[in-house]
Design a protein around this ligand. Structure first.
Ligand code: C2E
Ligand code: MG
Length: 249
């Protein structure tokens, strides 16, 4: 992956967003979506974010990538709002964004254009925050002061200490743990403990990567607030999401 190619992707509109439904447990009511970036590469077809987000973080292009994603997600959110079917949209940030001086200013401008933060969720990786020698706590607090909800993303067994100390509205438990809870007692116990501890602090929980009925049933038992995964729906373009919503009612 060459830097100029990634730069071109951002400026020439080769990026696109897919949206994955997030539903309430146990009602399955749709409460929001996660925006997930893809790259429509002229030769390689659709490229996964796991192949180019690390490169963007390493080369400093992550600022422009995140700004593009935020702008696109907020424009889409405005369309849903205008159509009378408002939906919360979660966007993934990199820790680099949270340390970026321009980020605050950009957020202020973006929120003005977007017409408010009430339907915006910002996700930051638990692992990246745990590895950060100076976690950007003040920036997370600033987001929450502006009524943007903060989600700590992809929590694993290794992140327990950071979950206790960070300001957050939502904790998302990663697919690595969730896929095990149907058969692995220790994983189930750990996840259950996370749900109990976060509930005491008034923090919501989302399970990511729910792929089957057995896992869904466990989530209901241990009191997860919401879920996301192929069992409910995969990430999809906004047009398909509209069809998916229409088919459910
Ligand atoms: P994430 O934030 O943990 O997103 C969830 C990932 O799990 C998505 O992969 C989604 O497609 C996948 N997934 C959801 N449900 C299931 C399931 O039931 N089974 C399986 N096997 N997979 C499931 P995706 O879209 O490839 O994104 C991977 C990661 O790339 C994301 O993980 C996030 O960390 C990063 N990413 C995606 N979009 C952005 C972005 O706009 N900015 C930044 N900085 N990172 C992004
Ligand atoms: Mg995420």
């Amino acid at each position: 992956m060459k830097r100029f190619e990634l730069e071109r992707a951002i400026t020439e509109n080769e990026l696109l967003l897919h949206y994955q439904p997030i539903v309430e447990i146990p009602s399955r009511r749709l409460t929001g979506v996660e925006a997930l970036v893809r790259w429509r590469h002229p030769d390689r077809g659709i490229v996964s974010p796991t192949e180019f987000v690390p490169e963007a973080e390493a080369t400093g292009l992550i600022r422009r990538l995140t700004f593009w994603v935020l702008r696109e997600a907020l424009l889409q959110s405005n369309v849903w709002r205008r159509d009378g079917t408002p939906l919360a949209v979660a966007v993934n940030l990199s820790v680099e964004n949270l340390h970026d001086q321009h980020f605050r200013r950009f957020m202020e401008l973006t929120l003005k254009v977007a017409g408010g933060p009430d339907l915006l969720i910002m996700e930051a990786s638990a692992g990246a925050l745990a590895r950060d020698p100076e976690p950007p706590v003040a920036t997370l607090e600033l987001l929450r002061d502006q009524n943007i909800r903060v989600a700590i993303d992809d929590a694993t067994e290794d992140d327990a200490h950071i979950l206790e100390s960070l300001p957050a509205d939502i904790v998302k438990v990663g697919r690595g743990l969730i896929r095990k809870i149907g058969r692995d007692h220790r994983a189930l116990e750990y996840v259950h403990a996370v749900v109990r501890a976060t509930r005491e602090r008034g923090i919501s929980t989302t399970a990511v990567g729910v792929e089957d009925q057995v896992t869904w049933d466990r989530l209901v038992e241990i009191g997860f607030v919401s879920a996301q995964g192929y069992f409910i729906a995969p990430p999809m373009p906004a047009s398909e999401l509209a069809e998916w919503r229409a088919a459910r009612v």
